[in-house]
Design a protein around this ligand. Structure first.
Ligand code: S3P
Length: 435
């Protein structure tokens, strides 16, 4: 699908972003192995969380999806280890690496055989990052191309705790190992190069697991009794809200209010960086939702300046780098983004594709192996750009189109369906305010 975006005269209004996708996956997966009933409110409506829903149903979990609005899931956990059922079909994770990697950790200690796969993009993304440490725990897992790629075969086995230094900051790898560690013999100790999002630690703790953490070091102890089910409302997804934050900051006549957004500090790096760039963003704290801090965010047209984005903040804004690159293109001066090589193995190569798109729009960008240097300040020029079917690239280019002169044509625009199916309607609504 191709979408054409043009700069509107004005951007005005309020947005309630979809429920947080990272939290949606976790709420379903953890409740699937908890004892009791749970209701997950404001469940994210994208295809990715629905992939998790379908996989869990194929593992025998009793669950129902109500599309709402707002969408919600009611479910009954399987309880103790051994009560999930061997799937009679291949578990299809679609485009969702969170589904694939977390389920691999969940299934490694389950006493049956499972096969996991995904779409073309997911089948080209590395899973050795979870297979290797899980094997150290005693797991039996095989994959394609020297056990690096899905489809994967997981044959459940008895696991033991490990002491493991992760080569990259990754909440998906950390979460897979924490899940496996719940049913291993002995404690599991993990260390990350820098702290990644801590949703798993917060939610599992709230369900009764023993998890200690001190930033980048985490310890999980085996469960002595099943997890307790947890009903929760999910806050809005900051990774979805980020597109409107940047849109409001770079558009010359904008005022956008984003309601009930999750602002967990391990996720909210985008707000900090935009504020450093000079964005007018007001953060109004609200009551927490589902054990996560929440705020209303309001952004107005801003004069941005270039910054350096590197080091420990990278994992706290990893999914927002493409849209931050758009902010940088509209900012005066130079922005340097480094230490973000992980972007090369996302749904698409987000460094290569962002650089290519911004260059087509007339911006002077250098590509680095682990980031980019953007010399901003010149008005973007509408162009035809390829999102490679990647949701975050399609939305980032749409924001670039809002600030550009002329038309911007985005190829692969249907990609947004995995995380934010209402994105194009919301953009249209904000761009045609009623007075
Ligand atoms: C996620 C972790 C991040 C992020 C992804 C969601 C999660 O991936 O990019 O969109 O929910 O745990 P990595 O763990 O590969 O960094």
């Amino acid at each position: 699908m191709v979408i054409v975006v043009e700069a509107p005269d004005r951007m005005l209004g309020e947005v309630l972003p979809p429920g947080d996708k990272s939290l949606g996956h976790r709420a379903l997966i953890f409740n699937a192995v908890a004892s009791g009933k749970a209701r997950v409110e404001n469940f994210p409506p994208g295809a990715d969380p629905l992939s998790t829903f379908t996989c869990l149903r194929n593992l025998g979990v009793n669950m129902a999806y109500d599309p709402g609005p707002p969408p919600q899931v009611e479910m009954k956990g399987a309880g103790a280890l051994g009560t999930l059922q061997e799937p009679t079909t291949v578990l299809d994770c679609g485009n969702s690496a969170t589904t694939l990697r977390l389920l691999t950790g969940l299934l490694a200690p389950q006493p049956f055989l499972s096969v996991l796969t995904g779409d073309d993009s997911l089948r080209s993304r590395p899973v050795d990052r979870v297979i290797q440490p899980l094997r150290l725990m005693g797991a039996q897992i095989w994959g394609r191309r020297g056990d690096r790629l899905a489809p994967l075969v997981v044959k459940g086995s008895r696991l033991k705790g490990i002491d493991y230094k992760m080569p990259m900051a990754s909440a998906q790898v950390k979460s897979a190992l924490l899940l496996a560690g719940l049913w291993a013999e002995g404690d599991t100790h993990l260390e990350e190069p820098a702290p990644s999002r801590d949703h798993t630690e917060r939610m599992l703790r709230a369900m009764g697991a023993s998890i200690e953490s001190d930033g980048a070091r985490i310890k999980v102890s085996p469960l002595s009794s099943p997890l307790n089910s947890l009903s929760l409302p999910l806050p809005g997804d900051i990774s979805a809200a980020a597109f409107f934050l940047v849109a409001g900051a770079v558009h010359p006549d904008a005022q956008i209010r984003l309601r009930a957004v999750g602002v967990n500090p391990t996720r909210a790096g985008v707000v900090e960086v935009l504020q450093q760039m000079g964005a007018n963003i007001t953060v109004t704290e609200c009551a927490p939702l589902g054990g996560e801090p929440v705020a209303d965010l309001e952004v107005t047209s801003s004069r941005l300046r270039g910054v350096e984005i590197q080091g420990g903040i990278i994992p706290r804004l990893i999914d927002e780098v493409p849209v931050l690159a758009v902010a940088a293109a509209c900012a005066g001066g130079t922005t340097i983004i480094r230490g973000a090589a992980e972007l090369r193995v996302k749904e698409a190569d987000r460094i290569g594709a962002t650089v290519a798109g911004l260059r087509k729009m007339g911006i002077d960008v250098d590509e680095l192996p682990d980031g980019m240097i953007i010399r901003g300040g010149k008005r973007l020029r509408g162009a035809s750009v390829n999102s490679h079917g990647d949701h975050r690239l399609a939305m980032a280019f749409a924001v670039a189109g809002l600030a550009a002169q002329g038309e911007t044509t985005i190829d692969g625009a249907e990609g947004v369906d995995v995380s934010y199916p209402a994105f194009w309607q919301e953009l249209e609504r904000l761009s045609r305010p009623r007075y």
